[in-house]
Design a protein around this ligand. Structure first.
Ligand SMILES: Nc1ncnc2c1ncn2[C@@H]1O[C@H](COP(=O)(O)OP(=O)(O)OP(=O)(O)O)[C@@H](O)[C@H]1O
Length: 306
């Protein structure tokens, strides 16, 4: 595994005494999209801010492409792009000047072709001479992304990239993230929207009350914890689940037989054969799987009960 970013034993207690992060260990793989999921106040922004050098950790070390982010901050920060949650731009400046200025802040020489490409990718090229204050909320957000990409970072952090944006823009943002990844950028995003992690992430980390409670490949996570159901609409109503089906988790709900099973442990053909043998006719079958959202809620509840 090619690790691009390594977080070891990083914790944070703010001066107020607020413990925002318990020691976190996390390795990010080169080229992946990693989604950090967690409820409000879980510690997502704190973790990102520490990695990006905005907040000082209470303990731990961070290595970014071989650079120690605490002792060699400048080298580490140069390979990172950060899209913050909140707008941090000069409202009277133009889009083009804002993005070019960001590049210079990182000590990089001018590269107009790159800036043009970034603005075109974000559908901002036509607005390059507009002042930031003249843009819509969604466009302003895209300017933040353009700024973060101005110095050609290897790792891009997106803190709640689609909070408060409309559905169309959210989908555009997802496409952009996939495009960036295809060009080799490693992406770490925080989100409340499970749908977003489900759509985009290769791996998912769940953070709750300052603890990283799980890190897993998204597909494996969904397979391992995901429940499936098959709803069987019967040709003729039955009064109760036949006792011969006791080996299956089958319930009678609203005139349908509902079979629940783990993704890795399904016995649909056997169940259907059994129904045939029992003379129970059916006219429709429908299967569904639990979403990442169901899994996430279950995990956080389990953590709260622990
Ligand atoms: N500068 C600060 N001083 C004191 N406490 C802070 C500070 N910043 C954050 N906190 C506290 O640390 C905890 C974690 O906050 P953080 O912003 O990291 O959470 P988050 O997961 O990003 O939340 P959200 O999803 O709401 O953005 C919260 O209890 C918060 O109140």
């Amino acid at each position: 595994m090619d690790t691009i970013l390594s977080v070891a034993g990083v914790s944070k207690t703010y001066a107020s005494g607020q413990r925002a992060l318990h020691p976190v260990d996390l390795d990010i793989r080169r080229g992946e999209i990693f989604a950090l999921l967690g409820p409000n106040g879980a510690g997502k922004t704190t973790l990102i801010s520490i990695i990006c050098g905005i907040v000082t950790p209470s303990t731990g070390t961070i290595t970014v492409m071989g650079h120690d982010a605490l002792t060699d901050f400048k080298s580490a920060r140069r390979v990172i792009g950060l899209v913050p949650q909140e707008l941090s731009v000069d409202m009277f400046e133009t889009v083009l000047a804002t993005v070019k200025f960001s590049r210079r802040l990182f000590g990089r020489s001018a590269h107009d072709a790159h800036i043009e490409q970034v603005l075109r990718d974000l559908s901002l090229w036509d607005k390059r001479h507009a002042k930031i204050m003249e843009l819509s909320g969604g466009m302003k957000r895209r300017v933040l992304i353009a700024k973060a990409l101005s110095h050609e970072p290897d790792i891009l952090f997106l803190d709640e990239p689609t909070a408060g944006v409309d559905v169309a823009l959210r989908r555009d943002m997802w496409k952009l993230v996939h495009r960036l990844r295809a060009n080799g950028t490693t992406i770490i995003l925080t989100t409340h929207y499970i749908e977003e992690a489900e759509e985009m992430a290769d791996r998912v980390g769940v953070i709750d009350k300052g603890k990283l409670i799980l890190v897993e490949d998204k597909a494996a996570l969904m397979k391992k914890l995901g429940k499936r159901q098959m709803r069987i609409t019967l040709s003729d109503p039955i009064a109760a689940v036949p006792p011969e089906l006791a080996d299956w988790d089958v319930k009678l709900k609203e005139g349908q037989l509902v079979y629940s099973f783990n993704a890795e442990d399904e016995h649909i053909p056997e169940l259907l054969a059994k129904l045939g043998a029992l003379g129970v006719g059916y006219k429709d079958l429908e299967t569904s799987k639990s979403s990442l959202e169901d899994i996430f809620v279950g995990l956080v509840e389990r953590d709260a009960a622990a």
